[in-house]
Design a protein around this ligand. Structure first.
Ligand code: MTE
Ligand code: MO
Length: 360
């Protein structure tokens, strides 16, 4: 059952910790994802943080440790900033990888562990400047107020990004989502938003920023959220720590199993490139990849957001498999096959999504 103000059409993978994803239809509604349909990814219970008593601590390799209240973050000493940012969980569309080979112990996320919102707050860079970053600093860590019991002993959720990314003005400490106060389930009173990076680095219920020499050594970065080769098992430092998202596109409408009128059919979806990359081309196929049609790129929401696209395809009556593939500004292109991307934790499924529809 949906909770935390989410709509009935979200798919709940787990009630506790609460984990839920958007439907393809909800993602297709508008360039910005409705907050009540926006996916939720939690590793522990949603904490109850009293915003009046809450403080953000800035520690580690800094000249001055800081302790900031919400009012102090918002009183103008740091310039307010908004960014339209697509968040995407590294486990988005894991279900397609699980069809290749089982992925035990991981939620079978479909295509809706992603969404786009206008986030409002201040740049992390401004707060780091106020603290003064000391020589030797190379990473900036974030610790949340939630406790995860997926780890023994339980620990807070956390992660870090390299200092160079943390100093980018686009990395936000956000208290607003689409112009409204950030919802509790999305990290109130304050969360990190790291554009272009796996959702896991956008730490919710932020309590502490730690400027470090080394990457975060907690479970969710040192052991989990790492890309492993098919024959590797998770362990401290094994595999590649996830960071920038890879290029990805999906078909959002029509959706899986839909029936449409034969003839000219409007197909819509999104494409997204992580890091500093942008999408420059999207192709769509209605015959399982035998022929491709160039899609029209729609709303440009800025470099940190997905690109909605549309293509018109002539469909004869019968069954069709719709596929989209995106190309990014580093000339990266989505690989074809989930089989080539399979990995033991089922991360970063950027294979071409297949949506089966019928035309009548
Ligand atoms: N404190 C905390 N922050 C967190 C998480 C968490 O479990 N605890 N999950 C992360 C993951 S894996 C993702 S994909 C995003 C999801 O953000 P959302 O729930 O607002 O959509 O939050 C990240 N931040
Ligand atoms: Mo995630």
């Amino acid at each position: 059952m949906a909770r935390f103000g989410k709509r009935a059409d979200v798919t709940v993978h787990e009630a506790s910790p609460f984990n839920a994803e958007s439907s393809r239809a909800a993602l297709a509604e508008a360039p910005l994802t409705a907050v009540d349909a926006f996916y939720v990814r939690n590793h522990g219970a949603v904490p109850d943080v009293d915003p009046a008593a809450w403080r953000l601590r800035v520690t580690g390799l800094v000249e001055r440790e800081l302790e900031l209240s919400l009012d102090e973050l918002r009183d103008g000493r740091f310039a307010p900033r908004e960014e339209v940012v697509t968040l995407q969980c590294a486990g988005n569309r894991r279900a397609a990888l699980a069809e290749v080979r089982e992925i035990p112990g991981e939620a079978p996320w479909g295509p809706g562990a992603t969404g786009t919102a206008r986030w409002g707050g201040v740049s992390l860079a401004g707060v780091l400047a106020a603290a003064g970053v000391r020589a030797g600093a190379a990473h900036v860590g974030f610790a949340g107020a939630d406790r995860s019991h997926e780890v023994e002993p339980p620990e807070c959720f956390g992660g870090s990004v390299p200092l160079a990314k943390a100093l980018g003005a686009e990395v936000l400490l956000a208290w607003e989502m689409d112009g409204s106060p950030l919802a509790r389930v999305h990290g109130a009173p304050l969360r990190v938003v790291v554009p272009g990076w796996v959702g896991a680095r956008s730490v919710k219920w932020l309590e502490r920023i730690e400027v470090r020499e080394q990457p975060w050594d907690g479970y969710y970065q040192a052991i989990s959220y790492r890309l492993l080769a098919p024959d590797q098992s998770p362990g401290r430092g094994i595999g590649q720590s996830l960071g920038e998202l890879a290029v990805v596109a999906d078909v959002l409408a029509p959706g899986e199993g839909d029936t449409v009128a034969a003839g000219a059919v409007a197909v819509r979806g999104y494409a997204f490139a992580g890091g500093n990359r942008v999408v420059f081309r999207v192709d769509v196929s209605a015959d399982a990849g035998a022929t491709w049609t160039r899609a029209e790129l729609l709303d440009d929401l800025g470099r940190w957001a997905w690109r909605p696209w549309r293509a018109t395809l002539e469909l004869a009556p019968g069954e069709h498999v719709l596929i989209a593939r995106a190309w990014d500004s580093a000339t990266g292109v989505q690989p074809e096959d989930p089989a080539t991307l399979w990995n033991p934790k089922g991360y970063m499924n950027t294979a071409q999504a297949r949506v089966r529809i019928s035309a009548r």
